[in-house]
Each structure stands twice: as structure tokens, then as C-alpha cells.
Design a protein around this ligand. Sequence first.
Ligand SMILES: *Cc1c(COP(=O)(O)O)cnc(C)c1O
Length: 359
Amino acid sequence: MVLGWRGILREFADHLPLTKDTPLLTLNEGNTPLIEATKLSGMLGEGVRLFLKYEGLNPSGSFKDRGMVLAVAKAVEEGARKVVCASTGNTSASAAAYAARAGLDCLVLIPHGKVALGKLAQAIMYGARVIAVEGNFDQALAIVQEMSMRQQDIILVNSVNPYRLEGQKTAAYEVCRDLGKAPDFLAIPVGNAGNISAYWKGFCEVYESNPSLSRPRMLGFQAAGAAPLVTGQTVDKPETVATAIRIGCPVNREKAIMAVQQSGGIFESVTDREILQAYWLLAEKEGVFAEPASSAAVAGVLKLARSGYFPPGSTIVSVLTGNGLKDPDTAMFKGAKPMILPASLDAIEEALHGELVGV
Ligand SMILES: *Cc1c(COP(=O)(O)O)cnc(C)c1O
């Protein structure tokens, strides 16, 4: 018997569409930390508390694992041999990991040149067949959708697969468990709009079983160059430094709009500059390294706070969807490079010009 955390399928069995034939696949995903952002909270208004749901600590480094474990388990249950997905990076890393675990083949289509290096490295390491298409995510998704429609034994594991959202909703249960209540606001980056829909479903389920907990307002943040849910218009050529949300035509748009409307929340956009500033702030002030897309939600919270959006005493949870280590290129873009010096204390002291206390 294992006494620790046993992964999404076992821990949330009562809330998931499992049957006796569903294999209890796991890489011990879920149960990620909720970290209070003590420094950033002070920038948000009187008594406002910001918490970070650090999903970058899932086994493949993003929240995608919560839904992928269920989608792949269900694919096995249905007798599939192969899973496919289009991906801005993290879906492919996660699909490849769980396919490897389950003994399935995995094919991923990614937009050529627009996937962070670490994510590509993961898909390759986990043994997926990786194809880089000369097009964007939306085009790649259209191709794999058609592929899976033509062939019964190939299962599509993008977030049009309903099991993805079922698995992902478990994060909302964890947030309520850790806070002892629902937050007043849930801030989240929005790409294909699956995760915001999944969180809303989770919060609604928790609320149904315990109405004293209430439900948060859902704040969905998109990058200014890829903001179809803010502008109401599909974006043909989405562009942003936050490659994980570089999506112009979100497949879950209707569900996401419903989540925002029902909860009394909003969609808002943030510029790449604001995203990078939040990315650096998170790392430097809180010691939390999240990827650019994740930082878009924190950028959004900072932007709303500047216009006095948050009532005093509000509790905000911002979902940090992916791990900063996945995107070393954007991290190095910050500009600071290590000084290269001889291996001598004198040389180092001289270079630091007394920056060190006591030398
Ligand atoms: C997939 C992803 C998103 C966007 O999630 P959607 O469900 O597509 O809206 C945001 N951030 C990261 C790091 C992701 O991998």
C-alpha cells in the first residue's frame, strides 16, 4: 500500500467518469502547491491576497497532466493503439509521457519553430513521433481532428476530448481544499480555453456539494496578439512570446464564455511586455519560475489591480500553468549573462567591486 498522494484517478475517483475497466494510470500528477505570493499581494490593493497554483510541478511540468492521465487511460480502456494531438508544446509533452507510461504510440503535430525548446525535448525523450508543420496551432489541430475522425483506433487527446476537461477540473477541488473555501477570483491564462472551462466545472461541482463555499469570478487572460475571446474575433495569425497560448481560434470558446459570464468575470488581454514583466517579477520577488503563458494571468491581475478592480480583502488564485524551465530561450532573453572569470577569489572579488558584504 502507498500512503502518499496516489494521482488524479485514484484521489478523485468519485468525481471522474471511471469504470471498472479504466486502468488506474498515474505518474502521481496533481496535488500541486498553492503558494502565497506575499510580495505581489502588496501590489494589488488593501488586504488583497494572491495565491499561485503552481501547476508547473506536475510530472511533465504543466497542468496538462491532470487531463491527459484520464484521456490516455480512457484511450486504453477503449482499446486504442495510438493517441494524437496538436500542441503548442505542453500537450505534446504530456501526451507523450502518458502514452509511454501506458504503452501506446503517440503522434504530435507542433507549429514549426514556435514550441519552447524544453517541451520539444520532452516529446522526443518520451518517444513520441513529432512532426513540425509549417503552419500555426489552429491548422495543426484541424489536421489531427480529421485524422482521428477517419481512423477509429487513433484517439485525439486535445482538449476537445471531454476527458481532458474532466481531469483538469480536479485543480479547482485542490484550490478549495487548500484555502478552505473558494477564492473570490480565479485568474488563468487562456489559449484553447479548455482549462478555464475545466476550473469552472470543478468550482461548480464543489459548490453544488457545499453551497457555503461560493464560486469565484473567472478572469481569463489572453496575449494581446492572440486574444480572440477579448476582441470577439478569430485571429488568423496569432503572435505572442507566450507560445503556449498562441491560439487564434479556441475550440472551447463557448464553454469559456459561459464560465466567464456565469461567474461575473471578464476576459482581458495583456501585452507581451506586461507578460515578460510579470514573468520576471514572479521569479525575482517570489522565487517562482513559471513559463511566459502562465505569467500572462499574473500580468492580468497586476493590470486589473492598477485600475482598482479588486475589492479590499479579496482572495485571488492565479494558475501558473507551466514550469519556467521549459522555455530556456525566453528566460535567457532577460539579458543577464554569467560573468566568465578565472577560478581565483581575487579575480572574483575585484569584479564584484565590493558588492559582497564583508569583503
Ligand atoms: C495549454 C496551456 C495554456 C492554455 O490552456 P487552454 O486550456 O488551452 O486555454 C496555458 N498555459 C500553458 C503553460 C499551457 O500549456
